[in-house]
Design a protein around this ligand. Structure first.
Ligand SMILES: Cc1ncc(COP(=O)(O)O)c(C=O)c1O
Length: 455
């Protein structure tokens, strides 16, 4: 037999990172459906899609000539602006010397996980990339359980139990990753939790990575508060421009380190990783970010407007699901919902849908609803939870996003805006209504085809 020449052999790390995820399978299916010209209501994309603010776009154009390598920490002037911004707008103690600018907060989280010793404690549910990143750097992940009956709220008792359990198993649970406002639930950590957790983290000497990328996308019912206000000496705060300014593709994230010696040491490690990998964040983007982090009142008004619209669109979806009898925590920030369909476990089982991945595939195949299964966020598959994002529908392209903004500028009221400028959101809601009505009447379409069972 001829020897098959294969020049690429995977390292254990490469293999750890190459597990096919349910997200990938769903996305491939959505792409197939689109290629075949089928309609899909895409509630799976978690991307803020408002247009780039004209002043920021102008700043990028004006800085196109900036082509030098910049310092790995980021330009000093930008770090000064970021420190002021965080102190004033988010009430977080920040010093320019303790800030690094990176190509998205995702890369900075990865660098932090690489730099820090200890196993990772992850609340259930958590954003899809934390666990794979931990695995890529060879870290063990310990999940902190939560339940849909409590709205997936993170309880300190569950955290302390999970830490104790990890220690009993000779583990070294040194890092806690918090994310508030949360992807996928849209919930914020309450003040009472932040206060009691700070005390616990201090006693235990835990390092906290606080992912606050949605910190400025607040729905108004609650103010975002950073754990850094209560545990400044042990918290690294992550943020960036991707969400509140819809600049995900520009890849600019920030990390703010504790204003102490320990903070300086961790920053030194992350800076070393930065300088040996991505070198520095793109120069024109950093200079344009001076406007984004400056206190320009037009930019600030735009952030408030986009946030208000995220809140309106997310709450509209939430209210409709609640009216259908779906259990779904009320969102307080970001643009996500995390409903579960356990109430319909029996009729779903009768059509061969037992896990959340099967449910996601079933909704896609039969109702053209693209969602993400809760298990990719660490929820138990049998909880039948799904993550829905409100950010994509009716803002599929620049033209539609602009039409929504223009309508608001012309004074169209919220009700009319949702009724007349959101045909796809309303279409998705109608599909969910039909799905639930079918389940309740046991009129569900014939048992799902084979792929449902294979996920
Ligand atoms: C919770 C969470 N953290 C981090 C990120 C990554 O953001 P960035 O664009 O800054 O890398 C995302 C993006 O979806 C996210 O949802």
């Amino acid at each position: 037999m001829a020897h098959r020449y294969f020049p690429f052999r995977f390292s254990p790390m490469g293999l750890r990172g190459l597990e096919p995820s349910a997200t990938l399978v769903i996305n491939e299916r959505v792409n197939d459906m689109w290629r075949q010209g089928q309609w899909v209501y895409h509630l799976g994309f978690g991307e803020s899609r408002f247009p780039v603010h004209p002043k920021i776009a102008q700043a990028l154009r004006e800085n196109a000539y900036q082509h030098q390598y910049l310092p790995s920490l980021g330009v000093r002037e930008l770090r000064e602006k970021i420190a002021e911004f965080y102190e004033e707008r988010l009430n977080i103690p920040a010093m320019p010397e303790h800030i690094i600018v990176g190509p998205g907060s995702k890369a900075l989280i990865y660098a932090l996980l690489l730099a820090l010793d200890g196993e990772l404690m992850l609340p259930t549910p958590s954003w899809v990339s934390y666990q794979p990143q931990a695995h890529l750097v060879g870290k063990r992940v310990n999940w902190i359980p939560a339940s849909p009956e409590d709205g997936w709220e993170l309880m300190l008792s569950a955290m302390t139990e999970a830490v104790d359990q990890a220690r009993t198993a000779w583990g070294n649970p040194g890092i806690v990753l918090l994310n508030s406002p949360n992807n996928p639930t849209g919930r914020m950590l309450p003040l009472s939790f932040l206060e009691s957790f700070a005390q616990y983290a201090r006693e235990q000497g835990l390092a906290v990575i606080s992912d606050e990328i949605y910190g400025l996308v607040e729905h108004g019912s609650k103010k975002h508060r950073s754990i850094a206000r209560y545990y400044p000496e042990g918290t690294v705060v992550l943020g960036g421009l991707s969400k509140h300014l819809s600049l995900g593709g520009w890849r600019l994230g920030v990390a703010i380190f504790p204003p102490n010696r320990a903070g300086a040491e961790v920053l030194r490690a992350v800076r070393t990783i930065a300088s040996e990998t991505w070198s520095a964040t793109t120069a024109p983007v950093q200079f344009a970010a001076l406007i984004a982090y400056g206190m320009d009142s037009d930019v600030w008004d735009y952030i408030r407007l986009c946030t208000r619209l995220h809140a309106l669109r997310t709450h509209y979806l939430w209210r409709n699901l609640v009216e259908m009898g779906v259990r779904v925590p009320e969102p307080e920030g970001a643009f996500y919902l995390f409903p579960d369909f356990a109430r319909w476990r029996e009729p779903l089982a009768r059509i061969g849908v037992i896990t959340d991945a099967q449910l996601a595939m079933f909704l896609l195949d039969r109702y053209q609803l693209a969602t993400l299964p809760g298990s990719v966020f660490g929820a138990p598959p049998q909880a039948l939870a799904l993550r829905l994002s409100s950010s994509y529908l009716d803002m599929e392209d620049e033209k539609h996003a602009q039409a929504i903004l223009d309508a608001v500028m012309k004074g169209v009221d919220d009700e009319t805006l949702m009724r007349e400028f959101h045909p796809h959101t309303n279409g998705a809601i109608a599909q969910f209504r039909k799905f639930i009505a079918d389940l309740e009447l046991d009129h569900s379409p014939a048992p799902a085809r084979e792929p449902v069972a294979t996920l």
